[in-house]
Write a protein that binds this ligand. Sequence first.
Ligand code: NAD
Length: 420
Amino acid sequence: MRNELLQNPVFAMAVEQFDIVADFLNLSADIRERTKWPKRLITVTVPIRRDDGSTQVFFGHRVQHHLTRGPVKGGLRYHPSVDLGEVAALAMWMNWKCALMDLPYGGGKGGIACDPRTMSTGELERLTRRFTMEMIPFINPETDVMAPDMGTNEQTMGWIADTYSTHAGHLVPSIVTGKPIALQGSRGRTQATGYGVAYCSCRTMENLGMTVQGSTAVIQGFGNVGSHAAYTFNRFGVKVTGVSDVNGAIWNAGGLDTAALREHVALTGTVVGFAGAEPIDADELLCQPCDVLAPCALDRAIHGGNAGDLKCRILAEGANGPTTPEADRILDARGDVFVIPDILCNAGGVTVSYFEWVQNLQRFQWEETEVLTKLEGVLHKAMDKVADFAARQGVTTRMAAQAIAIQNVAESKAARGMFP
Ligand code: NAD
């Protein structure tokens, strides 16, 4: 299994990154081995009846990286390219995010290799419910708490909660997060990731002695993360001068009216054609002068070919893995771009997922302002820890964030000792 996992390029990359940080931390061989490998790798077949009456068998995976600090937390992805190695890598990355934010969670991830765009709602519901049944021996609110990811949404979480609750004989809302408010989802969860991106960016501006009011931000992606980052930037007095989506990019040096843009996107499905802006080439958008550049769409958006041309002061990583290692080296050598690494910058989502789980366990719903105030507190604390570690150790913010996270997990493992 060790070699099979390492043959997967995504898992190999996650391990390579881990080894670099483990070397830096001088982790003992014992703790290093135990921290690196996933605790449980679960693969199940998921047969469903298609709408045309035929039967199709899908493969589903769930990886629970470790349960040392609490249940595993992480998304469930529906995408044709899902495989066990990729899911294991994503579970490992979730670990570091949860540990950096000091949430009482390990990292988990799951996925079913399928193309949800070609499946009807009924087929997706049957797939989700059957997968949940196959997972029953391995999940519960103290072991594994799923959430939406690529190709899944709050409806998917509603089906999981219903299937699990039907099996249990009573409602168990804490089995998933990111579910509808009507099923005890959390207020503030929808905007949490984008809110966190804008909050971390504005706090960083203050720390760097910049003025937030009237500063500028450019955002790649106008989905859940990008759009809520844009609205929150506006709320904090930052002008959003450019945004893009998969169809193209728009620009207005005076600042976009993001409320009007929201209506335009609701009507047309894209930012392209918005009356309050000019079109601009999507690649050029990333290199426009701005205070904050927030890639909130794809991995590897900032690479060796454009890192040298960025004209932002802060790179706020809303997406997962938006900066390649080559781009990291270029930015490090330049020294004029402050990077807010992804496991910190986009951790607002998992943090409010944690709040959702806590509210469900308490059977008590918090108001949105309470959720967002608590979120700011958690982000603030993590940002200070990362800045302090980076300054003391003379390392990049990315290395600091990963090192704090891995050290937290290693310390918990050492404190528990090894059974037997
Ligand atoms: P989403 O599907 O809601 O939105 C993605 C956006 O990116 C869309 O606007 C899409 O048009 C745009 N896009 C796609 N290709 C593009 C391209 N080539 N150029 C410009 N824009 C492009 O997804 P999301 O939930 O907003 O997630 C975005 C990123 O943030 C992903 O990397 C995801 O893993 C990460 N993330 C999301 C959350 C969350 O809570 N949603 C939490 C942590 C990290």
